[in-house]
Design a protein around this ligand. Structure first.
Ligand SMILES: [Zn+2]
Ligand SMILES: [Zn+2]
Length: 243
């Protein structure tokens, strides 16, 4: 079946995410937009995934628990996991790799953790908008050791991308790459041949509700299930996305 996806969405846990990006608002907006599967990918944290998964289950929407990891080179990488347990184990590992810098809500924004009813259960105190100590060369192997898969985020953007931070697109075991919605995969593949036969993913990187994708890019899957999606992304075959 044609599965409409948006695999890069931030919640109110990301300091740059809008406070309206609550678990219930995200799920309701994704359903309104006709998406079949979404991923929650806050900066360096999965701590709103438990609430989002619960809300989505009740609403009949499939959710991939995930994270937008910032590598030691300041490259953003989307990490996706088949289960909440795997995501939370990865979350604990990444938390141990972050520099111990307290968040300043005035300077960076709030980092709100919520329950399934959008009640605030805490504010994560350590700044999430920092680089972890995980390198771009080790991230794919690390994520796979937790049963997940990962792909470099918005590779054509002028900041926090592999191209902006490294000046290149590394192979490093990646089977997929995310390009901005307005990006041109064919042009990028000419310049960076490593992406040529890889899966190209188009996500919203939504920080506000209105930015969550409309139906557009899709993946052919037997069902919109996190485990099946991760296997498909990881099989190193080109996916066809049609707008
Ligand atoms: Zn990013
Ligand atoms: Zn992002």
């Amino acid at each position: 079946m044609k599965v409409f996806y948006d695999l890069h969405i931030h919640s109110c846990l990301s300091p740059c995410g809008d406070d309206d990006m609550t678990p219930n608002n995200i799920v309701n907006m994704a359903k309104l937009k006709g998406l079949d599967i979404i991923a929650l990918t806050d900066h360096n944290s999965c701590k709103n995934c438990p609430a989002l998964v619960q809300v989505a289950q009740k609403a009949g929407l499939d959710v991939v628990p995930g994270m937008e990891l910032c590598t030691s080179e300041e490259c953003h990488v989307i990490c996706l996991f088949p289960t909440l347990q795997a995501a939370m184990e990865f979350d604990a590992f990444i938390e141990s790799t972050l520099p111990f810098i307290m968040n300043s809500t005035e300077a960076f924004g709030t980092q709100i953790i919520m329950d399934k009813d959008d009640n605030i259960t805490g504010h994560f105190p350590i700044l999430l908008a920092t680089a972890s100590s995980v390198s771009i060369d080790e991230v794919a192997q690390r994520v796979r050791s937790f049963g997940g898969t990962c792909f470099p985020a918005h590779i054509d953007r002028p900041s926090f991308s592999v191209i902006s931070s490294l000046g290149a697109v590394p192979d490093a075991g990646f089977t997929a790459f995310e390009i901005s919605p307005q990006g041109n995969a064919d042009e990028l593949a000419l310049k960076y041949p490593v992406i040529k036969d890889k899966s190209i993913i188009y996500n919203s990187d939504a920080h506000t509700l209105s930015d969550i994708r409309e139906q557009g890019p899709w993946i052919e899957l037997n069902s919109p299930n996190p485990g099946i999606l991760i296997k498909k992304l990881d099989n190193n075959k080109k996916l066809y996305n049609i707008f």
